[in-house]
Design a protein around this ligand. Structure first.
Ligand SMILES: NC(=O)c1ccc[n+]([C@@H]2O[C@H](COP(=O)([O-])OP(=O)(O)OC[C@H]3O[C@@H](n4cnc5c(N)ncnc54)[C@H](O)[C@@H]3O)[C@@H](O)[C@H]2O)c1
Ligand SMILES: [Zn+2]
Length: 384
């Protein structure tokens, strides 16, 4: 356990029933005259931005809608929307979307009008200073980006994804509105839900795990393991969907307090090279990495078992095996691909993947078991 740790949170997180009125209050208190609403065209079409537009109207705030944010954007695509925001004098950015939209909004809040670009932040994230306040309304459950200080962008020239990390990227306000995730398509609910499960178990087994992160990571893991299938399968299971939304937020808080490990680290080259959705690339790597880590994290997995699975296993070895098996079962049940081949990738260059994976030291250094180049190669070998 590390000796120094901290808990960083958004200023206010609103949950429960329809938070539109709370947003009106936020806009009024912040004296917002003009808001930029970040979203994507399909979410706009689905009407998911309507409650936010209604709140802006009630608060008398003018709105500029920016809906050209692609999934898993490159730093260049994010820069384009940053420039759009810089051209307008907005008082607040409201993100209604998944991790891609929220990360773009978080970057816009530190980069619009600043004397550095998003590209500059790739190598020097310390330069980021908040210029505009940020409201996050997540529509997936999810990345937890609403409660992290990270934004992830693709770097196409290197075929990888990179996380930009700075305290100033923590959103100021979060609105958890269950209507946002009520009609999530099953495949998106599954991939984003497994991403949240990875956040929980990785943060709980991270070298930086601490009492603050454990509280959120364990609760997230318990909520996810016991709700994810129903939330994905049953359109009317609002309680399970709400549990997933809360769990995703807790996963984000755990990331900020602790950190993800080799599942996320090794998944970045898959996302960067093959544009595999973030949750899918993590789901593919989850089982091989957990088996690799097991000897080093057995006691932690046993604790996760006691909290979330509560079956008849008695030894740490049996408990930790049961946790890994339960996570495998979830990925299988949710029909998420387990091999790159299922995604049409038949010629994965193992050497390139291992070299690119091992570069992800920001996350690999969080892993309880050291991952060497040979280890990375062996792990990738299992997913082709
Ligand atoms: N900042 C962080 O801490 C953090 C953590 C994890 C992941 N990420 C990043 O977040 C991105 C992934 O975000 P994501 O997994 O939320 O997916 P996403 O934001 O990329 O969205 C995926 C797709 O789902 C659709 N979608 C989203 N909500 C929907 C809804 N309610 N109904 C119907 N369709 C909906 C979107 O339109 C999009 O086409 C990646 O770039 C990843 O690297 C960031
Ligand atoms: Zn993730």
């Amino acid at each position: 356990m590390i000796s120094k740790y901290s808990l960083k949170l958004p200023k206010v997180i609103f949950g429960g029933e329809d938070p539109t009125e709370e947003l009106v209050g936020v806009l009024e208190n912040e004296g917002v005259k003009k808001a930029a609403l970040f979203t994507d065209a399909s979410l706009r079409k689905l009407g998911l931005v309507d409650p936010t537009l209604e709140a802006c109207q009630k608060a008398g705030a003018e709105v500029t809608i920016i809906d050209n944010i692609p999934p898993e954007p490159t730093y260049g695509q994010v820069q384009e929307v940053v420039d759009q925001v810089a051209g307008e004098s907005v008082d607040i950015v409201i993100a209604v979307g998944g991790g891609s939209v929220m990360d773009s909004a978080k970057l816009a809040c530190v980069a619009a009008g600043a004397d550095y670009t998003v590209h500059d932040l790739l190598t020097d994230p310390k330069r980021a200073k908040k210029q505009i306040k940020c409201v996050a309304v997540p529509t997936t459950a999810g990345t937890g980006a609403e409660a992290t200080i990270n934004a992830i962008v693709a770097v196409p020239e290197d075929e990888v994804k990179i996380g930009i990390v700075n305290d100033d990227m923590m959103p100021d306000y979060v609105l958890l509105d269950v209507r946002m995730v009520q009609n999530l398509p099953r495949s998106i609910a599954a991939a984003t839900g497994v991403d949240a499960m990875c956040h929980a178990i990785e943060c709980f087994t991270c070298v930086k795990a601490n009492p603050f992160s454990d509280t959120f990571a364990l609760e997230a893991f318990d909520l996810i393991v016991n709700n994810i299938e129903r939330a994905c399968d049953d359109k009317d299971a609002i309680d399970a969907k709400r549990a997933m939304q809360v769990a995703a937020l807790y996963g984000g808080i755990a990331i900020t307090a602790s950190g993800t490990t080799a599942v996320h680290g090794l998944s970045y080259p898959l996302g960067g090279k093959y544009h595999v959705p973030h949750g899918v690339s993590n789901a593919i790597l989850l089982s091989p990495v957990m088996h690799f880590n097991e000897p080093a994290i057995r006691d932690r997995l046993a604790l996760a078992y006691d909290r979330a699975i509560r079956g008849g296993a008695e030894t740490d070895e049996a408990k930790s095996a049961a946790v890994i098996e339960r996570m495998d079962q979830i990925v299988e049940h949710l029909d998420i691909p387990k091999k790159l081949e299922e995604l049409g990738v038949t010629d994965a260059p193992i050497d390139w993947l291992a070299e690119a994976g091992i570069q992800q030291q920001r996350l690999l250094s969080n892993n309880k078991r050291e991952v060497t180049l040979e280890d990375a190669r062996a792990i990738y070998q299992q997913i082709i």
